[in-house]
Design a protein around this ligand. Structure first.
Ligand SMILES: Nc1ncnc2c1ncn2[C@@H]1O[C@H](COP(=O)(O)OP(=O)(O)OP(=O)(O)O)[C@@H](O)[C@H]1O
Ligand SMILES: [Mg+2]
Length: 257
């Protein structure tokens, strides 16, 4: 299968089980949303997909395009086409946005083809300028240090710019909507939607708010609760959560055992 498959994934930190027998599939070309209460393990899920050493699976498997990625490092997973937009991106003082993106792009190209030549700087600049214009990011951004003194919204826009430059197979967006104003939310969402359309990327969006899903239109919505996915459905599931909260889901899950 082309896309991301998570099979019976359990993750422990010390004695604590954080994810418990979690199953989820995100095919290429589709947008899947995960919603769930605070502390239910959504960010943990994104870290363990990306290969963060602290969130190594205790059991289960994670597959990209049909092959297990558990033995791959974070870098290798990124080069294989996984991309994670962090809930709280880190600053890299001294490294400009342009250099950061160019280095990442070249590393990825080299991984695909060891003979690949680095992209010429003028060609890269043109490409970056186009992508920044599409995301309505000010041109001055390229010369700033990565996330250094960025506002919350600027950090999120940089995550999406990075995604637009790298064109991953599967992107995981952890609370990309937090801190974005209404206009930025729309621009970022349009950016994600057009990448899905144009590149066939698959997306896993983690969010607390249904309103994001009016902009980034999911094929499926999954509710995560008590360390696993407890319910999946169409976009109407997000509307039901907005109206009724999570208690009814928990009650139904308990009733079903
Ligand atoms: N490194 C860690 N050490 C100890 N506990 C952790 C660690 N990382 C996560 N946890 C715990 O795992 C649980 C799930 O956390 P996680 O950040 O995945 O939740 P979340 O669903 O993303 O929450 P939110 O909606 O608030 O972002 C929490 O109880 C958290 O305290
Ligand atoms: Mg989180």
């Amino acid at each position: 299968m082309q896309g991301l498959q998570i099979k019976h994934l359990s993750v422990k930190i010390g004695e604590n089980t954080i994810l418990d027998d979690l199953n989820l599939t995100v095919p290429r070309g589709e947008i899947h949303a995960v919603m769930g209460p605070n502390g239910t393990g959504k960010s943990t899920l994104s870290y363990s997909i990306m290969g963060h050493p602290r969130y190594e699976p205790a059991s289960g498997d994670i597959l990209l395009n049909g092959e297990s990625i558990l033995d791959l490092s974070v870098d290798e997973r990124a080069n294989a086409g996984l991309f994670l937009a962090l809930q709280n991106p880190v600053a890299i003082p001294g490294v400009t946005v342009a250099n950061f993106l160019r280095t990442a792009l070249n590393a990825k190209a080299k991984k695909r083809d060891p003979e690949a030549k680095p992209i010429a700087i003028p060609a890269f600049r043109r490409m970056l300028k186009e992508k920044m214009a599409a995301l309505k990011i000010d041109a001055s951004f390229a010369a700033r240090y990565v996330n250094d003194g960025f506002s919350g919204g600027e950090k999120k826009r940089l995550e999406v710019l990075q995604m637009a430059v790298l064109e991953p197979e599967i992107a995981i967006l952890d609370e990309i909507d937090s801190g974005l104003d209404i206009d930025a939310l729309r621009i970022v969402s349009e950016g994600v939607n057009s990448l899905v359309r144009e590149t066939g990327m698959g997306v896993l969006v983690i969010t607390h708010y249904q309103r994001l899903l009016n902009e980034i239109r999911p094929d499926q919505v999954h509710i995560m609760m008590d360390k696993r996915i407890v319910r999946s459905g169409g976009p109407e599931l997000a509307l039901a959560l907005e109206e009724r909260g999570y208690d009814w889901v928990r009650e139904e899950a308990v009733a079903e055992g």
